[in-house]
Design a protein around this ligand. Structure first.
Ligand code: 5GP
Ligand code: MN
Length: 338
């Protein structure tokens, strides 16, 4: 994709369609911002549009305009399947492989709808008729802006759409500081503010709505922080017992790994979070510079993502997982000591 296919997509969208928009499992700010931004845009035409998430997402995203219309596959499976079954078009946003949609994987696989992918993760699968994939992009939200622009509709972006897209660009760029933030990103953000996104209010809604127990959990995470200075690596662990102690809610650990990365001279950071429910240790990896956590995660922890931010999982217990992590690190000594 995609420029050459825009006339085709425009033709498709010129008559009313049943449209489903899906983000990845455990949706984050970019996943929800991009799906709801696109939802509000497509709703301006006479389409029947529904956002279906694989599962629930954090409370700090629940103020987003359109949140009340979102279906959750996990708890609304029958309704979701019926809608996907009669969908003409199916957009997959902020992911590029069906397994990233968790329990929705099979439903997406068997769907006969025309698929459109908008995503910025590495190594996209080849399931979509229209693939807009660009790993250099800051966020899927920036790409949805580009998509609307390619359709010649920037003047249709109102305060509602602008608010949704602002959220994902802000969260995926760590508030405009990660390397994927370009002058174009700032141009888009400026444009969204002009169209009515209230930047100060959005930052407040996302970042300044902490619960007391989340901050206490952060305190514990920071106490658990371990540093391996010779490999410029730092990592955090949180066990299920600790999560329970601080009344853990979905999203509470979002951003914790960045504290490990904020240490002077550290270029590789990890957080290991036990999930009794899933029977796994969920891993978030972050790096600075050329060290690819996407490749590290793909090679050792069954995951992936971007060069500087990736996720993964381990099916063994916490201690075994940490032992494995520590034993692998020296094989990256050269990359990590640069
Ligand atoms: P997080 O650590 O915040 O869960 O994820 C960091 C980045 O990696 C996000 O862009 C996320 O979508 C991606 N990611 C997280 N887990 C996985 C995974 O298991 N596989 C792949 N391919 N990407 C992941
Ligand atoms: Mn994203």
């Amino acid at each position: 994709m995609i420029k050459a296919q825009i006339p085709e997509i425009k033709a498709l969208l010129s008559t009313p369609k049943n449209i489903i928009i899906v983000p990845h499992k455990n949706p984050d700010g970019d996943a929800m911002g991009s799906t709801l931004g696109l939802y509000h845009y497509l709703n301006m035409y006479n389409h029947n549009v529904v956002v279906i998430t694989p599962n629930d997402y954090p409370d700090f995203l629940k103020w987003l305009p359109g949140d009340d219309t979102v279906l959750k596959f996990e708890t609304q499976q029958k309704e979701s399947k019926a809608l996907i079954d009669k969908a003409d078009l199916l957009f997959t946003l902020d992911f590029n492989a069906f397994h990233r949609a968790g329990d929705m994987e099979e439903t997406l696989e068997v769907s006969k709808a025309i698929k459109l992918m908008i995503d910025h993760h590495q190594q996209p699968d080849d399931y979509a008729k229209y693939t807009y994939s660009d790993v250099s992009m800051s966020s899927t939200c920036e790409m949805v802006f580009n998509f609307i622009e390619m359709l010649g509709d920037t003047d249709k972006i109102d305060a509602t759409i602008a608010t949704c897209l602002y959220v994902g660009i802000m969260t995926d760029t760590g508030s405009f500081r990660f390397p994927a933030t370009t002058s174009r990103t700032h141009f888009v953000i400026g444009n969204l503010i002009e169209k009515g996104a209230n930047n100060s209010e959005i930052h407040n809604n996302i970042f300044d709505t902490n619960s007391f127990s989340r901050l206490q959990l952060l305190g514990r995470a920071l106490q658990n922080l371990k540093v391996i200075p010779e490999l410029r690596t730092a990592y955090i662990t949180l066990s299920q017992v600790e999560l329970d102690e601080f009344n853990f809610k979905k999203g509470d650990t979002e951003g914790f790994v960045n504290y490990a990365l904020s240490l002077k001279d550290i270029i590789f950071a990890a957080i290991f979070i036990e999930s009794q429910q899933d029977g796994i240790i969920k891993i978030s990896l972050r790096s600075k510079g050329a060290f690819s956590v996407n490749e590290f995660s793909r090679a050792h922890f069954n995951g992936g993502g971007h060069t500087n931010a990736a996720g993964g999982r381990s099916e063994t217990d916490m201690q075994t997982t940490i032992d494995k992590f520590i034993s692998i690190l020296p094989t990256y000594k050269q990359e990590l000591s640069q």
